[in-house]
Design a binder for this molecule. Structure first.
Ligand code: UDP
Ligand code: MG
Length: 303
């Protein structure tokens, strides 16, 4: 059996359509399946829509509030009973027919099948540049090329079990599912236009998401601070040498510019460094609190 995990946040317009499209597709191929919708604390009628189609093949989980897509994916994977699991967006931007290709590769023995974007759909230039930078950073942090990676993937149940043992709260599914290794296949696809509703990501939400994921995979930003500190030290030693020489030969007038520049420079680097360190400390704090990743408010199979 294949479990299809569909995170949904304010997707009332899409639930029925998505369930129908994916359901028909798998039924036509006579593949046994279950659809798991995870309602990530929607404010619209998403949950009512899920309940209206819930049954043997369609299950629903409802969060008590919005915990984010990562948490929704975790909850779905945790609930899944299939031999393999597919994660797909609710807005049909990930072409469902590609699930069949992924399934074929899985049958050939691939344990992770990645959906690789060949085109990214409509995006502004700024957005594209920022996301390119983000994927470059993440790729260098994990040592795996992720420039075309996406959340659209198939995982063998074995891989899901491994991911389930990870205790980190701030998990980044896209990178972790590549990081675990296993025999990996690829299926390419074009990102479609969203069929209804709007994207749930504001620019600010995306920036926060990028920072959070980069810092959960690499401590490079902290090392950059050390590196900058080293460079500052060299500059400081050189400037001190010059100042000392000027003092000796008696031309040590002025010099206020240097002092001001130095104070500003050092001050700003210190503040940036403290900010970066503070960010990591905050992350440690969050992990230590050991709160649950998400809280389930209801499940369709409870009723
Ligand atoms: N999503 C979610 N929780 C959130 C935001 C989004 O579960 O807090 C879901 C959303 O319902 C959709 C998927 O994540 O199924 C991708 O979101 P969206 O289409 O808004 O992102 P985009 O395609 O614009 O990157
Ligand atoms: Mg989308």
């Amino acid at each position: 059996m294949i479990s299809v995990i569909i995170p949904a946040y304010n997707e009332e317009q899409m639930i029925l359509k998505t369930a129908q499209v994916i359901g028909e597709l798998l039924e036509d191929e006579e593949i046994e399946y279950e659809l798991i919708f995870v309602d990530d604390g929607s404010n619209d009628r998403t949950w009512e829509c899920i309940c209206s189609i819930a049954g043997d093949k369609v299950k629903g989980i409802r969060f008590s509030r919005n915990f984010g897509k990562e948490a929704a994916i975790s909850a779905g994977l945790c609930e899944a009973k299939g031999e393999c699991e597919v994660v797909i967006d609710c807005d049909l931007q990930h072409p469902p027919e590609k699930i069949l290709e992924m399934y074929e590769l899985w049958k050939q023995g691939y344990e992770v099948v990645e959906g690789v974007k060949i085109s990214r759909g409509k995006e502004s230039r700024g957005h594209r540049f920022a996301s390119d930078c983000f994927y470059k950073l993440i790729s260098s942090a994990t040592g795996i090329d992720m420039s075309h990676a996406s959340d659209f993937k198939l995982l063998d149940h074995k891989v899901v079990d491994v991911l389930g043992t990870f205790k980190e709260k701030d998990a980044f599914f896209l990178a972790l599912s590549s990081w675990v290794g296993f025999r990996t296949g690829k299926v390419t696809y074009n990102v479609h236009q969203r069929e209804a509703g709007i994207s749930k990501w504001s620019r600010w939400a995306l920036i926060k998401y990028a920072i959070s994921n980069i810092t959960s995979f690499t401590t490079l930003p902290m090392q950059i601070v050390t590196f900058l500190g080293g460079i500052m030290l060299i500059i400081a030693i050189t400037l001190s040498g010059i100042a000392f020489y000027q003092k000796l030969v008696g031309i040590a007038l002025g010099g206020f510019t240097t002092v001001i520049i130095l104070i500003c420079f050092i001050g700003s680097i210190m503040m940036v460094s403290m900010g970066i360190m503070g960010y990591y400390v905050a992350k440690i704090f969050d992990e230590v609190k050991n709160r649950p990743k998400y809280i389930i408010g209801a499940k369709t199979n409870d009723e």
